[in-house]
Design a protein around this ligand. Sequence first.
Ligand code: ADP
Ligand code: ASP
Ligand code: MG
Length: 404
Amino acid sequence: MKRLVLKFGGTSVGTTDRIKKVANIVKNRHQEGNEIIVIVSAMAGTTNDLKEKSNLISKNFESKELDVLLSSGEQVSSSLLSGALIDKGVKSRSWLGWQIPIVTDNNHTASQIIQIKTDEILKFISDGGVAVIAGFQGITKNGRITTLGRGGSDLSAVAIAKFFETDSCEIYTDVEGVLTTDPNIHEKAKKIEKISYEEMLEMSSLGAKVMQPGAVQASMIEDIPIHVRSTFSDKPGTKIISESEIDYKKTVTGIAYSKNNAKISIVGVVDKPGVAADVFEPIGKNNINIDMVIQNTSLDGKTANITFTIKQEDLKKTLNIIEENKQIINYKKITHNDKLAMVSIIGAGMIASPGVTHKMFRSLANEQINILAISTSEIKISVLILEDMTKKAVKILHKTFELN
Ligand code: ADP
Ligand code: ASP
Ligand code: MG
């Protein structure tokens, strides 16, 4: 007998008909003699609708109340699935995060799981019941409801797999698995059979929505293999596993992109120690994430320009922060661009293959795509380009690195 975690995403439980279909999948896996814990996301669109409602009340809706609001979506889907299972003759019950409890820190809207109590659910599943757990949510030690960041049901699944010491963690979604790129941008995207935790972490952090980055990071730390697979077919999906179990035949495993990036250049800062710290400290304190950073020295060697990228939604706030700190930073002028995209190639195979960088840049140049900034790590190269060039860039890179 095996103990399985099966997580179903928003599209998979998007309608009551789909919930009945999911109940059939769960019932079959249960009848094979497995102990089953199911995690569900909210029905597709629900979390966005709730978020929009909060925006209509206030653009600064309080984060603790936002968590109460957003977590309600998973209450609906977990009870509907449990009800569907009971209707099919399967013993089942739903649990909300606070009922278990799934204890988190109090970083509202992006909480981390600290502890999960297991005894009640373990007894229920060993007595033949299917436990259905509302994903994406937890509770602080002070009894306040929290959520785990967008896409956070993936993290719920990994954490449940860890605390319940399950034999597998399966993420059921609306695509065949992790693909070489987003199928919405390129019809030639192909299923990847095996991908390392590290590569998957880069893919999701750089825009591949299929797994939440926090969930991948947790699975990497705990070495919990994940199987990403389709709710709508029986075919095996993608195994996210340790790098040592993969034999790399290709340099590049996948291509990710993110839109809505902005770039700010601070021109003419004095070239001396501490300037970059003066620029980034107030930005960091305001919880604004910086992606790429480039600093170049002017010809006279006395002044420098600092360029960096952020999310478009943070542009106004960041410009204000820099202007407020003009006295300390001491610069000549600021320029900015928005509507930029970051396109990245990711692959552990890059480590052993020289020439990837120029191959990437040359193929973009041949398509007249201008590179505005570059950042690299051992297993990825990212470039910043104009947003309307995204599709073209992804397609040419997909071809160049033989993923078609
Ligand atoms: P779920 O609701 O099941 O959690 P998500 O919408 O969060 O599903 O993630 C699945 C979606 O991620 C896919 O439908 C696809 O549009 C998108 N996606 C982006 N990049 C990739 C990729 N490389 N592989 C697979 N899906 C991707
Ligand atoms: N419902 C939440 C969201 O839309 C969590 C999830 O889908 O994983 O972000
Ligand atoms: Mg998701």
